[in-house]
Design a protein around this ligand. Sequence first.
Ligand code: 3NM
Ligand code: MG
Length: 539
Amino acid sequence: MFDKKNVDYSLYLVTDSTMLPEGTTIESQVESGLQNGVTLVQLREKDIGTGDFVAKAQRIKKLCAQYNVPLIINDRVDVALAIDADGVHVGQDDMPVELVRKLLGPSKIIGWSVGYEHEVEKLAKWGPGGVDYIGIGMVFSTNTKKNPKKSPMGPRGVCNILDALQENKAIWCKAVAIGGLHPDNIPRVMYQCCSQDGLRTINGISLVSDIMAAKDAVLATKRLRSLIENRNFKFTEGSTKFQSLSMESVAIQSVVNSMKQGAPLVHHITNKVHQNFGANVALALGGSPIMSEVQGEFHELALIPHASLLLNTGSVAPLETTVAAVKAYNEAKRPVVLDPVGYSASTVRLNLNNHLLAIGQYVCIKGNAGEILSLAGLNRGKMKGVDAGDLTSDNDVLIKATRRVAYLYKTAAVCTGETDFVADGFISGVKKLSETSLMTADELPCYAINAGPLDIMGRITASGCSLGTTISTCVGGVTAGQSILSAVLTAVLLYKSAGYEAQQKCHGNGSFQVELIDALYRLSTENQPSSWKAKLSKV
Ligand code: 3NM
Ligand code: MG
């Protein structure tokens, strides 16, 4: 009998006999898993007679016992009792948890599938005598679960459930993530999924097909195990640590130098209004713009030294195209900047942006006040536009929202306005299961950048989008020893200072646009940040 307090949830294999490759059996796949680092097994067999289920369960139980790993039975309390399994996993529509507990007694493990925060409130009311762990899902889309009643929640959805566990003080309850988890996304899920108080991460990765459908389940499990042990999730080549603010001017000069020398390829997938202006902004900074929606060349482009991707969802490119681009740049460990234009202005945009946020890792997410507030979930339930207007005047709320976005997506979040705010979410990333970040969302370093009112910025089109171009060009240039965050701060300072200069010189909207490009060229070429008008301060 296992002491359920000591169960290791880190690599939780759920079985499925319908996907076994030729020459394998459920027993051989499970044993390959057990030999190479699976720490918990769930027998999940649909469409199988009770007799067969019991016989199979007995065989798997024997195997698990050899490796000292607990066995959980999916759904069937009777089967679990019959073979004296270590626990049962039930879904929302299965036998109620209170009854499962009554039948199993206090020492067995009960797992529950959870997809929504209100379900966490329920389990909190049952207390430690109810649910022992939850399977949070589905994280990504998967072919394994037939007719799913939920849609993929992404790492953000997992964060929301972890927050709910903390808010409801369900400290006893462990949590694993499930659904579409594979080596290409597991490190990112481990990195991103953390409650906003920094105290709770997932305790394990739960999966079916990556092992059950593997032609070589030994290799598949070894690979999974090493990802779980590996603490260093690296999603760009540049260091993500910001050195120190006292090095401000020197750090900025060095970022600008690298940008000029690196001549980054700045791959834009952006709205039509921005394409021409953005290309000119990139050129003024010494970058090399390319506006490509040709999926076939994404991998090649991402491998060019100093390439970066700017994704602007203003006029919506096909989802398949944008997803392929993010994956290509993430895979090449090259930076991706996301500008979620009109984030929640329509359901189509909301779904598109949320999908992109779920499938990728971004070095920077830049938005205006309305977008950042929506992303942070701080204007939820309020009417769009009108209320955002009220909230945007409150800097404390904007700072909170910027930090929250940075924390949730482990990114540099930029909120634009008369004062721009930049929050550093990189340091909040969790690199190991069950580890805590020890930093809350509200404690993240945050910076303010101001150059006085620049009303004219709002009177030319694509001025916000071109800050995205500037950020992408700066982060593309980052070399070893520099940080992504200092590149983002440099971009915001440079762009605002250029805006100030252009406003002084222009005669109206038309000449402002021309002067802005001139000023970006001049300021970046002279590279004297101490003379820039925009100033950086710590919030
Ligand atoms: N439960 P794979 S998703 C069994 O969301 C199961 O509750 C889910 O399979 C949930 O690792 C899922 O092959 C299937 O994607 C996971
Ligand atoms: Mg079920």
